[in-house]
Write a protein that binds this ligand. Structure first.
Ligand code: V1D
Ligand code: CA
Length: 429
C-alpha cells in the first residue's frame, strides 16, 4: 500500500432517517451528523463516495437462518401481534420499528459492497460508519442489532483472504462475530470491552478462547470501567501487534463503536476522541486491506466528531479543530470544537490498575503462544463475488437492464444537489 491509501466511503442518504422509537438510545440520525461533518470538512475530495446497494434477504441468509430473515422482512409495528416475536428476541432492546428491514438492508449492503471493493483491490481502506452491528446472531436480534453485517462482510472477504483479523473497540463485547467464527482458524476475533457487573452482553471473559480448530483464535480483553487513553493504548497496541505477528492476517475488519468514549450515554470508559483515533491510526499503520465500520455510540454529537475525525485520519488529512458550519452546527455548542475535553468532566475513576492490565496482557500472550503459527488454507477456485443483481427502476420498461457487481462499482454516487459539491467532484464523475 502506498503512503496515501485509496479510500472508498459508503453512505446512503436515507440511513439517518430511521428511528428506533422514543427513549431508545440508538439513533441512526448520528449518521447524518457524521456525514454532514465529513462533507463540511471537504473530505469527499480525497476519497470515492459510493451509495451502496441494499443487501437482499438472500444475501443475509449466508449467515442468518431463513426463518429469522423471513420474520425481519415481514414483521411491522402493526402486524407484530400475529407473530411469536419472543422467538427472535425483538422487544425493548431490538424494537420492531417502521422500515427496520430496509435499515438493515442499507447498512449490510454497505459492508458487503465494501468487502467486494477490498477483494477486487479497488480500495485499500473502506469506510462504512452505518455498519458494525456486532451482536446480531444467526437466529435472533440482540443489543440493538438485527443483521450482522460484520459476519456477512467477513464471509465475503474469506472468498479471497486466507486469514481475516477482526478487531472491536466498541465498549461492548463483539459476541455475535466471535460466536459466528468460534470454531474456525480462518478468522481471529479480538474484542476490547467492559466486562463484569452484568454489563451487556455478559460475555467476553479472558478465557473464552475458541473451540476445536478455532481454539485460541478468539481473543478477549475484559476491562473495568473508567479506562483512559494511556491505559487503553498500553494494552491495545501490544495485543494487536502480537496477534498480527502470530496470525499474519491478509486483511482486517475494525469495528469502531464510539460508546467507548468518555461521556457516552451508555458507556463508562474514559477515552478521548484522540485516543479512540489512535487505535484506528495504529491499525491503519499495519498497511493491510482494511474495512472500517461503526457500531455503538450514544452521545451523538461525540459519535459524529469521532467518526469524522477518524475519516480524516484514515485519509491522512489534518483538519481544523473548529467545526465548520454545517446543517447540524448547533449540536456542537458551546465550544464547536472537534476534539473537546470529554475526560475532565467524567466522574468515573480508572479501575484498571497497571497490575490488572499486565495480567491480561500476559494471559493473552500465553494463549497466542499456543498457536501453531499462521494457519495455511488450501485456496480453491475463488467463489463468485457477492453479486446482487440490481432490478431496473420501477418506472423503467426495459426489463433487460441489470448490473453485475463490476458495473455497479462504477456507479459512484454523487448527487450534486444533495452534497452541494458544485464542480469539486468532477474527478470522480
Ligand atoms: F437504555 C435503554 C433504553 C431503551 C432500550 C434499551 C436500553 C438499553 C441500554 N442498555 N439496553 C441496553 C443493553 N441491554 C441490556 C439488556 C436488557 N436486559 C434486561 C439486559 O442491558 C443493550 C446494549 C446494546 C449495546 C449495543 C452496541 O453498542 O454494542 C452496538 N454495537 O453496534 C451496534 C450497537
Ligand atoms: Ca468491543
Amino acid at each position: 500500500m502506498t503512503h496515501k491509501p485509496r479510500v472508498a466511503y459508503f453512505y446512503d442518504p436515507d440511513v439517518g432517517n430511521y428511528y428506533y422509537g422514543p427513549g431508545h438510545p440508538m439513533k441512526p440520525h448520528r449518521l447524518s451528523l457524521t456525514h454532514s461533518l465529513v462533507l463540511s470538512y471537504d473530505l469527499f475530495q480525497h476519497m470515492e463516495i459510493y451509495r451502496p446497494l441494499k443487501a437482499t434477504a438472500f444475501d443475509m441468509c449466508t449467515f442468518h437462518s431463513e426463518d429469522y430473515i423471513n420474520f425481519l422482512q415481514r414483521v411491522t409495528p402493526q402486524n407484530i401481534g400475529g407473530f411469536t416475536s419472543s422467538r427472535f428476541n425483538v422487544g425493548e432492546d431490538c424494537p420492531v420499528f417502521p422500515g427496520m428491514f430496509d435499515f438493515c438492508s442499507i447498512y449490510s449492503g454497505a459492508s458487503l459492497d465494501g468487502a467486494v471493493k477490498l477483494n477486487n483491490n479497488q480500495a485499500d481502506i473502506v469506510i462504512n460508519w452505518s455498519g458494525g452491528f456486532h451482536h446480531a446472531k444467526k437466529f435472533e436480534a440482540s443489543g440493538f442489532c438485527y443483521v450482522n453485517d460484520i459476519v456477512l462482510a467477513i464471509l465475503e472477504l474469506l472468498k479471497h483472504h486466507a486469514r481475516v483479523l477482526y478487531i472491536d473497540i466498541d465498549i461492548h463485547h463483539g459476541d455475535g462475530v466471535q460466536e459466528a467464527f468460534y470454531l474456525t482458524d480462518r478468522v481471529m476475533t479480538v474484542s476490547f470491552h467492559r466486562y463484569g457487573n452484568y454489563f451487556f452482553p455478559g460475555t467476553g471473559d479472558l478465557f473464552e478462547v475458541g473451540l476445536e480448530r478455532g481454539k485460541f483464535y478468539s481473543v478477549n480483553v475484559p476491562l473495568k470501567e473508567g479506562i483512559d487513553d494511556e491505559s487503553f493504548l498500553s494494552i491495545f497496541k501490544p495485543v494487536v501487534e502480537k496477534v498480527v505477528s502470530f496470525y499474519q492476517p491478509s486483511c482486517v475488519v475494525l469495528q469502531c463503536g464510539a460508546d467507548s468514549l468518555a461521556g457516552d450515554r451508555l458507556g463508562c470508559f474514559n477515552l478521548s476522541i484522540r485516543g479512540h483515533g489512535d487505535c484506528v491510526k495504529f491499525v491503519k499503520k499495519l498497511h493491510l486491506p482494511l474495512l472500517v465500520l461503526g457500531g455503538g455510540g450514544y452521545t451523538i454529537r461525540n459519535v459524529a466528531r469521532c467518526w469524522a475525525y477518524e475519516t480524516a485520519l484514515i485519509l491522512g488529512k489534518d483538519i481544523d479543530h473548529l467545526i465548520p458550519t454545517n446543517e447540524y452546527y448547533d449540536f456542537y455548542a458551546p465550544d464547536y470544537s472537534l476534539l473537546p475535553d470529554l475526560v475532565s468532566n467524567s466522574k468515573t475513576d480508572n479501575h484498571n490498575t497497571r497490575q490488572y492490565l499486565d495480567l491480561i496482557q500476559q494471559s493473552v500472550t500465553e494463549h497466542l503462544r499456543m498457536l501453531p503459527g499462521a494457519p495455511a488454507v488450501q485456496m480453491q477456485e475463488i467463489p463468485p463475488d457477492f453479486s446482487r443483481l440490481e432490478l431496473p427502476p420501477e418506472d423503467s420498461t426495459d426489463m433487460d437492464i441489470r448490473y453485475n457487481s463490476y458495473e455497479r462499482d462504477k456507479i459512484v454516487s454523487y448527487n450534486a444537489e444533495f452534497y452541494d459539491l458544485g464542480n469539486k467532484f468532477s474527478d470522480h464523475s
